[in-house]
Design a protein around this ligand. Structure first.
Ligand code: GLN
Length: 502
């Protein structure tokens, strides 16, 4: 493992700006790591080696010419393959978009460019970001760098595995119901989902438009703070992007929060939770307490998670999420018709309707088809009120619970996942068990709030355990500072799996 790939994005940017490491050296160090480890982990759909090398050389030339680099000058960053890039492909890990070349860059990608980053590749995901294990990808199955017989989580599993195995300094993911935080927990990295509207969704291929949000996956909290500052902000191309100033989250991140009030939601600590994870979260709460924080019990009744005698989990939030997300998905995915772009059937067809249906049936994978069908059902006349409208009411109740909890505390501390990373193939037979992998993360998307997952250490099974901090809307700075406090007091940060240390 070269010493370059051991650096965080913040450190690498400093080393490049000061001339200690050249941008070309940085890119070559990552390409070398990719060559050795990608075959075992399969985090990337596409490595953009030529373009990364060219950009790195350009960066060095700019530096030699006396230019000041941006805050990510020369730092290799990976992008989830559901964000448009005007180079390479944007496949969403779907057969339907297998050859799709986007005509423009997503705003978040454009902002990374403007900050000087080197985009080194596009990472694997569950098809159209629908899943929790990256096994729904039509491209490949990404493996967890901590144990390659296990999943990296999903849907941003490629980005999680990539950062964990040091195949990029940092990555972008997207989170509709947990897709940044859950793979971050499984892969032992930091994953931050900002407030809905904090980062533009322009150029992010839409899944559930009222839930989707782009965010960073990084080795530590300062990196997440820097990248969030870079990608956040109002964008005229996305009417849901918030018109609020963006703070310099990195400058504030090391300032501890005085009199921090941490809420533990009672309903998240039930029999549904793996005892070792429960213990890890309790220990984190104690560490915060020793550092002067106040620990308060709060209640999120509509997000309650239960387990029956057979260990089956249930929650209103999951039911609500899967109605809202699938309804929105069925509408968003209507655009793939085999006419404008994407896969078109080569079979003889009798008219336009058959062209649509054959192209779609051939292009979409089984999970995406299931969701389009369910979402079409919940939006259809006669069922709209019974399902979709009812789900929106439940969504409001879930949000109200959070608002009330935040009257008593600054941030909530809870698990990210009910278990550590599960085995490849373990949950593919039963979609419902797969949906439950997001049981601790989805209410945050329903309420539009920011949430971060950070590692608490490694469990007895040798796999990382994540913890989640949730804050009120636009409390990015507060959550990141609280997360950084944990890194500082626990000393747990930058976990590296054996596979990366070659
Ligand atoms: N696993 C959840 C789903 O399948 C969340 C996915 C995501 O956040 N993109 O919908």
């Amino acid at each position: 493992m070269s010493s370059i790939v051991e650096l965080s994005a913040v450190q690498l940017a400093e080393a490049i700006a000061s001339g200690e490491v050249s941008a070309v050296q940085a890119t070559e160090a990552y390409l070398d790591q990719i060559e050795k480890i990608q075959p075992q982990v399969d985090a990337y759909n596409e490595v953009l080696a030529d373009q990364a090398r060219a950009k790195a050389a350009e960066t060095d030339a700019a530096l030699a010419g006396g230019k000041t680099l941006g805050p990510l000058g020369g730092v290799p960053i990976a992008v989830k393959d559901n964000m448009c890039t005007a180079y390479g492909k944007t496949t969403c890990s779907s057969k339907l978009l297998a050859d799709f070349k986007a005509p423009y860059n997503a705003t978040a990608v454009e902002k990374l460019h403007a900050a000087g980053a080197v985009i080194i590749g596009k990472t694997n995901l569950d098809e159209f970001a629908m899943g929790s294990s990256t096994e729904n990808s039509a491209s490949k199955v990404t493996r967890n760098p901590w144990d390659t017989s296990r999943v990296p989580g999903g849907s941003s599993g490629g980005s999680g595995a990539c950062v964990s195995a040091r195949l990029a300094a940092a990555a972008l993911g997207s989170d509709t119901g947990g897709s940044i935080r859950q793979p971050a927990a499984f892969c032992g990295v930091v994953g931050f989902k900002p407030t809905y509207g904090r980062v533009s969704r322009y150029g992010l291929v839409a899944y559930g438009s009222s839930l989707d949000q782009i965010g960073p996956m990084t080795v530590d909290v300062p990196d997440a703070a820097l990248i969030t500052s870079v990608i956040a902000g109002r964008d005229p191309h996305d009417s849901t992007s918030a018109d609020r100033p963006v703070d310099d989250y990195l400058a504030e991140v090391n300032t501890p929060i005085e009199n921090l009030r941490i809420g533990l939601p009672d309903e998240f600590f039930t029999d549904a939770l793996d005892p070792e994870i429960a213990q890890a979260i309790t220990k984190s709460a104690e560490l915060y307490k020793d550092a002067g924080a106040e620990i308060i019990n709060v209640s999120l009744p509509h997000s309650r998670i239960d387990a029956d005698a057979a260990g089956n989990l249930s929650s209103y939030a999951v039911a609500c999420y899967y109605i809202v997300a699938m309804s929105e998905a069925s509408s968003n995915l209507a655009r793939y018709d085999g006419v404008h772009y994407g896969h078109r059937t080569e079979e003889e067809v009798d008219g336009i309707v058959e062209l649509f249906s054959k192209s779609r049936a051939e292009g979409f994978g089984p999970e995406v088809i299931r969701r389009i069908m369910l979402g079409t059902y919940t939006l259809s006349s006669g069922y709209y009120d019974a399902y979709y409208n009812k789900a929106l009411k439940v969504r409001r109740l879930i949000k109200n619970d959070f608002d009330q909890a935040f009257e008593k505390c600054d941030v909530l501390l809870c698990p990210t996942t009910p278990t550590s990373a599960f085995g490849i193939g373990e949950k593919t037979a039963d979609p419902l068990t797969m949906y439950l992998a997001d049981i601790y993360t989805i209410s945050v998307n329903l309420a539009g709030l920011p949430g971060v997952s950070i590692p608490t250490g490694v469990g007895t099974d040798g796999l990382p355990i994540g913890m989640q901090l949730i804050g009120p809307a636009f409390s990015e700075s507060k959550i990141l500072r609280a997360a950084r406090m944990y890194e500082n007091i626990s000393g747990v940060t930058r976990l590296t799996p054996e596979i990366a240390r070659i």
